[in-house]
Design a protein around this ligand. Structure first.
Ligand code: ADP
Ligand code: MG
Length: 403
């Protein structure tokens, strides 16, 4: 089976086209701090608008937990979309219902409107397939055709991702097609040496990935929040650092398996510890066995990889031919703990081969640290989705598009 693509939907002039984008941008005080995902959605939208389609954009934003939460409104995102498209973009403060229906009915050819956050309805992410289906049926009434282009959510069995494409003629947008093209290069005979760098804060999500990647890669580098579970598994006290205490045995198993397979599982040798989780916290660099014994005391927490580790990671990364990186090496949002992430990002720009950055926060990290998208082989809009793809899992949102 092959993915159904946009061109297979024929001429969409005059048709109502629902586009599921991933406009889940980071916001601070109501301001968009990285509009990468909005930019990534432009190509499909422009293509549809050029054809004279009547475009209805749907997306989630943040985790409002199934009810309207003003700070997760898509209104500012619709505004940014309007600036980037260079045309007016409507916004409806409702996802389904009379207002949404009226707004869609009023669309003219080549016009676009954004509906309110899908996750203001609990049904979007419900575990109950019937509830999701009912919500998807309401959404389906707003369009003649469906285009799925939110790559960041294709690993989710959610109403707008999984049920909706089953209710209308549907296809993948150009973003999903482009993402898959790159990810296939990472799975089908990647050029070696092949290194994967993992970090970030979704520790339990990402531990599972290690198991699947071990047989496929030459080096696996562990930074970010998950490194502390590895250190703890080796008997090092980790203070107040992020720790998944119930995963220690599993992690020991990975270390043993890596050894058996001859894969380099590279753990930090030094870390930056802080007195608190704060931008201005007191901090110092320690060896990995010294987290609780520094002058900051036993309550210290690790917020970045140390300089020796960063240099070692950079060396492995820049000498690899294929690199996939997901998850910041530290709390890059605070200057004092951004160095590890910066050094790793720099090393990726020096790769002679394919270097891919995956993950919402990883993508905003490289941009906020001053790198530009074109310094990397590819910046994926989906962290979880790209990891699950690399694991070889079936992604529900792609399966329904014929993948
Ligand atoms: P991505 O979106 O790229 O997949 P995640 O969502 O898993 O990445 O994680 C991103 C977050 O991880 C960032 O907000 C960063 O501050 C946090 N992080 C990185 N290292 C640590 C650490 N040592 N302790 C706590 N949080 C961390
Ligand atoms: Mg994230």
């Amino acid at each position: 089976m092959t993915l159904r693509t946009l061109d297979q939907l024929g001429d969409l002039g005059g048709r109502r086209v629902i586009v599921r984008c991933d406009l889940n941008v980071p916001l601070a005080d109501g301001e968009i701090t990285d509009d990468g995902r909005v930019r990534a959605s432009l190509q499909t939208l422009n293509q549809l608008l050029d054809q004279g389609a009547r475009v209805v954009v749907i997306s989630h934003l943040g985790r409002p937990d199934g009810q309207p939460v003003e700070k997760y409104s898509l209104r500012p995102v619709a505004q940014r979309l309007s600036e980037l498209l260079g045309k007016s973009v409507g916004f409806v403060a409702q996802t389904v219902g009379d207002d949404a229906t009226a707004a869609v009915d009023q669309l003219e050819d080549g016009q676009v409107t954004v509906l309110e956050n899908l996750r203001f309805s609990a049904a979007e992410t419900s575990k109950d397939a019937g509830e999701r289906r009912a919500f998807a049926e309401q959404l389906a009434q707003l369009g003649d055709v469906f285009v799925s282009d939110g790559f960041g959510v294709v690993h989710r069995e959610q109403a707008s991702v999984y049920e909706l494409p089953q209710l209308l003629p549907s296809a993948a947008g150009t973003l999903i097609s482009a993402e898959l093209e790159v990810l296939e290069r990472l799975t089908e005979k990647p050029e070696r040496p092949y290194a994967v760098v993992l970090g970030g804060s979704k520790v339990s999500d990402k531990l599972g990935v290690i198991e699947h990647l071990l047989p496929r890669v030459d080096s696996l580098l562990i930074g970010g929040g998950m490194l502390f579970t590895f250190l703890a598994a080796q008997g090092h006290p980790v203070g107040k650092s992020l720790l998944e205490a119930d995963q220690l045995d599993r992690v020991r198993g990975y270390v043993a398996e890596a050894q058996e397979r001859g894969v380099r599982l590279v753990l930090p040798t030094d870390v930056v510890v802080a007195s608190a989780f704060a931008a201005d916290a007191e901090h110092t660099t320690v060896a990995v066995d010294g987290i609780e014994s520094s002058e900051l005391g036993p309550e210290a927490l690790g917020l970045d990889i140390g300089p020796d580790t960063a240099a070692a990671f950079a060396e492995i990364i820049s000498s690899s031919s294929t690199v996939f990186w997901n998850g910041p090496m530290g709390v890059f949002e605070f200057d004092a703990f951004a160095t590890g992430t910066r050094v790793v990002a720099q090393a990726l720009t020096e790769v002679d081969g394919l270097a891919v950055v995956g993950g919402g926060d990883s993508a905003s990290a490289v941009r906020s640290l001053g790198f530009t998208d074109d310094q990397f082989g590819h910046i994926s809009t989906g962290g979880g989705a790209s990891l699950e793809f690399l694991e070889g899992k079936t992604l529900p949102g792609l399966e329904v598009l014929g993948w």
